[in-house]
Unconditional design. Structure first.
Length: 554
């Protein structure tokens, strides 16, 4: 595997031959010219241009001219890479005077004559990818008994496609149509002249199967057509090619990133959130100008969602949970600092002294506690109604793709404890849940936090009915909790499972809606649960404001 660490451009020259004085000669020593290559990178990437090292058998062309009189020492000499160094195929030697400077130029890949034009490979699904990666290095050097360090720089344009496949089919490949494959090139100066050759279709290299593809092209002014080939299977219509045409773009040397969402019959274009290698030249814009922000990237132990990092943890129930409360605000949604504002859909978190509550608007404090979402916003619907409330169980809500608002059952399978259904008498307690403690009929918060669940005490915005005025829940831990005294004592977390619908006159829908309740885990620090605290499922009114934790889909 190639080295995956970043090396800055080497500006300093290596020491001249064994610290000899200027004008001294090599005396009976090995003067063979060798080159220690470095590939200039911004970060980790995916070609020979990005693997940060060459492979055995790779060949470069090297030219050396004396700086003073332009005497040719080597002209397009072939050097081959083995054991970490490039060595001359013809055992090329340094001249004897170790104090005289020369201009050294090298390029990759090697050609029988120094190229004045360069053609990328149309099929880059295999070795054509690295064969298309033209690199150049230049340096003023002196003879040395050590290998001369040369830093190679990419000269062409790299197109990187990252895709979110939501079409249900298998991605077979990606190609770019309209690419001019050949351009003139001054290899000694490292200047690429934009291509005017006949356009072709370039098949991209598969970096990560079905997810990430890349192609290297000549810098040029071009209107690209991105084609994604998808196999939908026999019942899905077979193999289809989904196209996306881009605006005319003047491609410069460097990398351009394209994020796409592949739908059953179309490609949606998104902005890539991270440039992974080469010089960042930004993104390509589709012809119709539409873009969607790429807002979610998932990693081991955390994910990035709308620019915020959230820690995650595989808990003992076998599921991956967020261990922080959500702070995402959809476009156009503004949090309220007034819990009495019944028109708001989200409220700032707050502190309490047991009597007075104070909203928190500091960004860092909000990140720690999370916003208090009303149920309709948490479930990401326009409103909660008697018609849709029972259908929301397991909905994605405000959670990222591949995650959802936990159901009542998923909470109970984690913490074990739950109130029964007061209407039917049904009991939901799960004594086999990994954090269930029968002595308190729920989970000890200390035990959850010992496994990094981080039960954040964010409080609650409460509204008991549609005619009531909302308020923050004021209860705090008393002085017997020591250093934890003053922390909010009552916090509810949303589930997506409805508990019941109630009307102004029980059972009479015509009397008007009174309330809709969802199952909701609640913290409890009553004397029986000191100092560890209890978490078990109760009921939460749909007009309340509560923090949101997401759980990863199975």
């Amino acid at each position: 595997m190639k080295k995956i660490w970043m090396i800055a451009a080497c500006a300093a020259l290596l020491a001249t031959a064994c610290s000899k004085d200027e004008g001294a000669d090599f005396q009976g020593q090995d003067r063979q010219i060798t080159i220690d290559p470095t590939i200039l990178q911004a970060s980790e990437s995916n070609t020979r241009a990005t693997d940060l090292d060459f492979e055995a058998g790779d060949a470069i062309g090297v030219s050396i001219k004396m700086s003073a009189d332009q005497k040719v020492v080597a002209e397009n000499a072939r050097f081959t890479f083995n054991d970490g160094l490039f060595s001359s195929d013809d055992n090329l030697l340094w001249y004897k005077d170790a104090g005289l400077e020369s201009d050294m130029f090298a390029y990759y890949p090697y050609a029988a004559t120094v190229p004045t034009e360069f053609t990328i490979q149309e099929d880059q699904t295999g070795t054509g990818y690295t064969q298309s990666d033209l690199m150049v290095a230049s340096k003023v050097v002196k003879p040395t008994l050590e290998a001369t360090n040369l830093t190679f720089k990419h000269q062409l344009t790299k197109l990187v496609v990252t895709m979110d496949n939501q079409c249900g089919g298998k991605i077979l490949g990606v190609s770019f149509k309209g690419v001019k494959p050949t351009g003139t090139f001054d290899v000694s100066s490292g200047v690429a002249v934009k291509s005017e050759s006949t356009p072709v279709e370039v098949k991209a290299h598969e970096v990560v199967a079905g997810t990430k593809y890349a192609a290297i092209v000549i810098p040029q002014e071009v209107q690209l057509v991105l084609n994604v080939k998808v196999d939908f299977g026999v019942n899905g219509g077979g193999v289809k090619t989904l196209p996306q045409t881009y605006k005319m773009t003047d491609l410069l040397n460097g990398q351009y990133s394209i994020g796409i969402i592949v739908m059953p019959d179309e490609i949606k274009v998104s902005i890539s959130g991270e440039i992974e290698d080469w010089t960042d030249n930004g993104t390509l814009t589709p012809e119709d100008g539409s873009v969607e922000e790429n807002v979610f990237e998932e990693f081991e132990g955390y994910f990035i969602y709308h620019g915020e990092r959230y820690n995650t943890k595989l808990m003992k129930d076998g599921r991956v949970w967020m261990t922080e409360n959500l702070v995402y605000l959809p476009e156009g949604v503004t949090p309220s600092n007034d819990p009495a504002n019944n028109d708001a859909r989200v409220w700032y978190p707050y502190t309490s002294d047991g009597t007075t509550c104070t909203p928190i608007t500091d960004k860092d404090a909000i990140k720690k506690q999370g916003y208090l979402y009303r149920s309709d916003l948490a479930m990401n619907v326009a409103e909660i109604t008697p018609e849709n409330a029972a259908k929301l169980a397991g909905c994605q809500g405000l959670c990222p793709k591949g995650w959802h608002v936990p159901t009542h059952k998923e909470w109970v399978d984690l913490i074990g404890g739950s109130n029964k259904d007061l209407n039917t008498g049904e009991i939901f307690t799960n004594p086999n849940a990994p954090y269930y403690d029968a002595s308190i009929e729920g989970a000890k918060i200390d035990n959850l936090d010992a496994n990094d669940f981080n039960v954040t005490l964010s409080g609650a915005r409460q509204r008991t009915s549609l005619t009531a005025t909302g308020s923050y829940q004021k209860n705090v831990k008393d002085s017997s909790f020591g250093e934890a005294a003053g922390e909010l004592a009552v916090t509810y977390f949303w589930s997506s499972s409805m508990y019941q619908i109630s009307y102004n006159v029980k059972g009479d829908e015509t009397s008007g809606l009174k309330n809709i309740q969802f199952w909701s885990p609640m913290t409890n620090f009553a004397p029986a649960y000191k100092p560890f605290g209890k978490l078990s499922c109760l009921y939460n009114n749909f007009q309340n404001g509560s923090p949101l934790r997401c759980i990863k889909n199975k």
